[in-house]
Design a binder for this molecule. Structure first.
Ligand code: GDP
Length: 341
């Protein structure tokens, strides 16, 4: 069974990947050739190199274990900027170097013990240190790659991918944050979303049986057409497909809408093309601002393209006015669309 890692940001605090230069510095700073018999001095000098490289690269094994147990959602975020194969190749390089290092340590130590004179000992010891150091030097780029990966992972916090999630989407000004604050009980949290300048807003929606549903709003991400997004943003959005979630898409049919209705509807299509596996529930918000005829007109437009968009149904709401009704409606939607799965 997979071990559950709740917050990678917390887990990576214990992982410090050294750069090659830092390993070298550490060896130099601890290097001393005083005291003891000749052969002891030479053995100690290679033991030092062995110990420093061995202990400094131990974190790579911890990282490997962490990555093995990482939720797909976080892998989705990692793969926005990193290549999975390159990550594992980097780990492989360091693991190989650790095996070589051990071999050098054992073999050269025996060679020093068997050497005939001081000159020979010194030459064996020099060769041993050189080979140990170059075995890790070959992985300089790998160490750098993994060090950056760990820095990136230290921002993966605040979101629990093991929780059922309600993803709030819709164009700017359509009422997303109004909905989030209406249905979430306590204060919402703000978490950085890697690779974008945006923060995710995370809240919790409590059902009658006390089950907690995670609610997220991703300002500036799920509110635009695909052609307005860059590659990084598209990939970052794509990671959302790994959440066990349902998308609530809001449209603003009122005159104060930022973009026209057809363009708002196009965003649904764009989101669907990036996050294919999530059901989308449509909310026509702000109906308090529309008269009967206007509502009919909007409904006609929606009904015409409903099936094309893969929407079973839609709901007319006023997020600002009927908080209790809204909560009950979303509870029902969550129960039948998110918990039933
Ligand atoms: P977001 O940009 O999608 O997060 O939209 P907001 O939640 O910030 O709402 C934008 C504006 O619309 C705010 O001034 C809200 O008070 C207002 N608003 C939201 N829902 C409704 C609604 O149902 N009716 C009316 N009249 N105004 C609403």
């Amino acid at each position: 069974m997979k071990e559950t890692i709740m917050d990678p940001a917390e887990a990576v605090k214990e992982i410090q990947i050294p750069l090659y230069n830092e390993i070298l510095e550490k060896i130099k700073s601890r290097y001393q050739k005083k005291g003891g018999k000749d052969y002891e001095k030479e053995i100690k000098s290679i033991e030092l190199v062995y110990n420093v490289i061995n202990s400094k690269t131990l974190s790579v094994l911890k990282l490997e274990k962490l990555l093995k147990n990482l939720h797909y959602f976080y892998w989705g975020l990692i793969e926005v900027n990193y290549d999975k194969k390159k990550i594992y190749d980097s780990i492989k390089c360091i693991k190989k170097s650790r095996i070589l290092l051990k071999k050098f340590w054992v073999n050269y130590r025996n060679e020093i013990l068997a050497a005939n004179n001081l000159k020979e000992m010194k030459s064996i010891s020099r060769e041993a240190r050189g080979r140990m150091i170059s075995s890790i030097k070959r992985c300089s780029k790998s160490l750098e790659y993994l060090r950056n990966l760990v820095i990136t992972m230290s921002s993966f916090q605040g979101l629990d991918p093991y929780r059922k999630t309600l993803i709030i989407a819709g164009p700017p000004n359509s009422g997303k944050s109004t909905i989030v604050s209406a249905i979430t009980n306590a204060k919402t949290k703000v978490a950085p979303y890697p690779f974008t300048t945006k923060d995710i807003i995370i809240g919790h929606f409590i059902l009658d049986n006390n089950q907690v549903i995670q609610v997220i709003d991703t300002p500036g991400l799920l509110d635009r057409n695909i052609n307005e997004m860059n590659e990084i943003e598209r990939k970052a959005i794509s990671a959302l497909k790994y959440l066990d979630g349902l998308i609530l898409f809001l449209i603003d049919p009122s005159k104060e809408a930022y973009i026209n209705l057809n363009n708002q509807i196009n965003i649904i299509n764009d989101i669907k093309s990036i996050i294919r596996n999530k059901k989308i529930i449509l909310f026509i918000n702000k109906i308090d601002l529309l008269n009967e005829t206007e509502i009919e007109k909007v409904e006609k437009t929606i009904n015409e393209i409903k099936h094309e968009l893969g929407l079973d149904t839609y709901y007319k709401i006023s997020a600002l006015n009927n908080k209790k009704e809204l909560i009950n409606l979303i509870k029902d939607i969550v129960k039948s669309n998110l918990l039933a799965s």
